[in-house]
Structure formats: structure tokens, C-alpha cells
Design a protein around this ligand. Structure first.
Ligand code: IPM
Ligand code: MN
Length: 355
């Protein structure tokens, strides 16, 4: 097959890790006879610098016409001024919205060979295998916001808003995934306080009871979920939740396997190209040092082959290569503990070598 994969390296460590993802895709193409065209486009802070817009029209058009998008990360201190007209993150939010990527899949499983990289006890985290399905184009991220004068200075607000349809479609993505896994679905909300959560609870319950009666379904309040995630992570299979809760819980959950640098994510919509990226940020503190962990991006490339191109065997091959590299003891700094560590490019070399 011929596919166009748009690369959006972005800011900070983005270019370094996307370069490794690209190498892995090139090897897959060569080995299997597929042809991947991989044009690069600007997004985030560097796009603000070059054209004043964190998501230039040209980037968006290229993504729309592609089969899939592989993104590094956006943001950095250079663009952090709270009074700035636009921010790198706005580019990421807009591309999610414009491409209709309402479901963000964040698989979080521990690797046996890395159990000691987790700050949590081995006997608690071993065997964890959770798929988070985070709603990605609604809620407080996209609700009305503003500021107005206030006797004490100013006041500011953000509105968390969800419609029945927005909840139904992401719950269905999660429920379909649960059917293919261990048949358990957990919905996380704050229905004891928030009206938006009460709608989530009603709609999710109806969808599951009527369309997925075979699933084992439960609801958990987000504060208590924060606790359960680190006390009994093995109990969860698929977890579905709204945008902001999903953002926070998936960063927390990344500590189960030990590093944000290991976790890929897939953002998908009803149709059209998906967007694949590591869940971590641009890590400006280590940018340009060739020490970032490229594995999350490499695993995001595997998810891309699986979800956007139905190339399951190729995706398996990448995941298997990563697992063997870890088994062989190769570690970037984030997962090396007190042991020796290798560079970003060396990690890429090892994965390519295993392929
Ligand atoms: C993520 C990131 C983004 C988010 C930021 C960079 C806008 O934290 O993908 O989780 O909050 O969604
Ligand atoms: Mn986040």
C-alpha cells in the first residue's frame, strides 16, 4: 500500500523523538514493500515563530489529506507568557477539533522488565493493563471561557459542557474496545457535584445497558479513581472519561509503568486520518540533548499502523521489537534508575536492529 503520513515534530524533544519514529516506519516500509510518504509540517511554538499561527492552514490541509498524522509534542517556556495572543497548545487543541478526533486511546500497561522503574511497589503494579478512552474534543477544554473585571481584580471562567451525542459516541468507542479485551468498562465522573457528569452518568448507563449488556460496567468518582489507580490498578480494563479528568488520570497512570516516555496514544474520529502521539509533553529541559526516550513515539507509530492502516502484523512487530530491546536491558535516562543509560538515537538503533 501507499500511504501519506504527515509528521508534526513540534517543539522541545519533539523533533528528536519523531525522527526515531520515522526511522522505524521506514524500516517497516522497506521490509514489507509498502511505500510511506512522510512530509513534515510545522505545529506549536515553532509555527508561531515562523508564521504567527500554532496551526498553519498549510499544516491542517496536509493533515486532512493524509492517511495518518504522527506528532511529537508542542509547547515550551519561550511561549508560556500568560498574556500572549496565542499559545502552542492552541494548535494541538485545534487540530484535534478540526479533524474530529473525539476519542483518545491511551493504553497503559506495565512491562515486566521495567517493574523497578515504577515508583510504586512491584506487587501493586505488576500485571496492570488499562486502556483509557479520554473524550478529546469537548468539555471544559472547548467550552466558553472569558474574563471580566471584579472588585478584587478580575474573574475568569471556563465552562464544562457536553451533549448527549458527544457522550454516546465516545462511550461506544470504549465499550467496543472493552468487548475485544476483558469485558470490563469503568466510567469516571464527578456526578456528586457536576451537572455535566450527571448527564455522562445517565447517557453512559443507557448506552451500556441497551447496547452492551454483556459488559461488566461500573462508575467511579474521579477523586476516588485517583486513589484506586495507584492502590489497585489491576482491577481496571477500559476506563472512559471526559476530557479534563482523562488528561489528569492518564498522567497519573503513566507512573504505573514508570515513565511518561513509554506511553503512546491514538486520537481517532468517526472517519478520516487519526493522530498518533506520545502522551508526554515537549520536555524543554532535556530538548536537544539526545537523551529523551523515543519509545512512546515509536509505540505511537505502531498504534498508527494498527488503527489507521489495518497493518496489525507490522504493529505487532514494532511492539515486539520494543519489548525485546527492553528485555535486553537497554534504557534511556528516564527508565535507567541508577544504571547506565543510552541516548535517543541509540535507542532508535536498537529498535531498528531488532526489526
Ligand atoms: C495531553 C496534553 C495536552 C492536553 C496539552 C499539551 C494541551 O497535556 O495531550 O495530554 O491537555 O490535552
Ligand atoms: Mn496531558
Amino acid at each position: 500500500m501507499h500511504a501519506t503520513i504527515v509528521l508534526l515534530p513540534g517543539d522541545g524533544i519533539g523533533p528528536e523523538i519523531v525522527a526515531q519514529g520515522k526511522r522505524v516506519l521506514e524500516v517497516i516500509a522497506k521490509r514489507t514493500g509498502h511505500s510511506f510518504e512522510m512530509p513534515e509540517h510545522a505545529i506549536g511554538g515553532n509555527a508561531i515563530d515562523s508564521c504567527g499561527d500554532p496551526l498553519p492552514e498549510e499544516t491542517l490541509n496536509a493533515c486532512r489529506k493524509s492517511n495518518a498524522v504522527l506528532l511529537g509534542a508542542v509547547g515550551g517556556p519561550k511561549w508560556d507568557d500568560p498574556t500572549a495572543k496565542t499559545r502552542p497548545e492552541a494548535g494541538l487543541l485545534r487540530i484535534r477539533k478540526e479533524l474530529g478526533l473525539f476519542a483518545n486511546l491511551r493504553p497503559t500497561k506495565t512491562w515486566d522488565e521495567l517493574l523497578d522503574a515504577s515508583p510504586l511497589k512491584r506487587e501493586i503494579v505488576a500485571g496492570t493493563d488499562i486502556l483509557f478512552v479520554r473524550e478529546l474534543t469537548g468539555g471544559i477544554y472547548f467550552g466558553e471561557s472569558g474574563r471580566r473585571p471584579h472588585p478584587s481584580g478580575e474573574e475568569a471562567w471556563n465552562v464544562m459542557i457536553y451533549s448527549t451525542g458527544e457522550i454516546e459516541r465516545v462511550v461506544r468507542v470504549a465499550a467496543d474496545a472493552a468487548r475485544k479485551r476483558r469485558g470490563k468498562l469503568t466510567m469516571v465522573d464527578k456526578a456528586n457535584v457536576l451537572e455535566a457528569s450527571r448527564l455522562w452518568r445517565q447517557v453512559a448507563e443507557r448506552v451500556v445497558r441497551t447496547e452492551y449488556p454483556d459488559l461488566q460496567y461500573n462508575v467511579v468518582l474521579v477523586d476516588s479513581m485517583a486513589m484506586h489507580l495507584i492502590s489497585k490498578p489491576r482491577e481496571f480494563d477500559v476506563v472512559v472519561t471526559e476530557n479534563l479528568f482523562g488528561d489528569i488520570l492518564t498522567d497519573e497512570a503513566s507512573m504505573l509503568p514508570g515513565s511518561l516516555g513509554l506511553l503512546p496514544s491514538a486520537s481517532i474520529g468517526a472517519s478520516g486520518p487519526g493522530l498518533f502521539e506520545p502522551i508526554h509533553g515537549s520536555a524543554p529541559d532535556i530538548a536537544g540533548k539526545n537523551i529523551a526516550n523515543p519509545l512512546a513515539t515509536i509505540l505511537a507509530a505502531a498504534m498508527m499502523l494498527r488503527y489507521s492502516m489495518s497493518m496489525n502484523a507490522e504493529a505487532d512487530a514494532i511492539e515486539e521489537a520494543v519489548s525485546r530491546v527492553l528485555k535486553a536491558g537497554h534504557r534511556t535516562k528516564d527508565i535507567a534508575g541508577t544504571g547506565t543509560s543510552i541516548s535517543t538515537t541509540e535507542m532508535g538503533d536498537f529498535v531498528v536492529g531488532m526489526l
